[in-house]
Design a protein around this ligand. Sequence first.
Ligand SMILES: [Zn+2]
Length: 69
Amino acid sequence: MNKRWTIDDIRNYVEKNSDSTLLTTEYHGFSQKLLFKCACGNNFEKTFKKFKNNHQRKCDVCQPPKASR
Ligand SMILES: [Zn+2]
């Protein structure tokens, strides 16, 4: 069962679960890239699926994609 996320749900999720801010104002599905603003001030794009399931909740500078430790 998939929860049907709305842009408001996502914005709340981002606020509660990360230091980043959601800049995108429309949500069309898991494959859509959303624009976030990292706590460091950088903007970055990420699908919500990656943000949520892969814990990629910061920009590539704060959280390099291949960091595997
Ligand atoms: Zn950052």
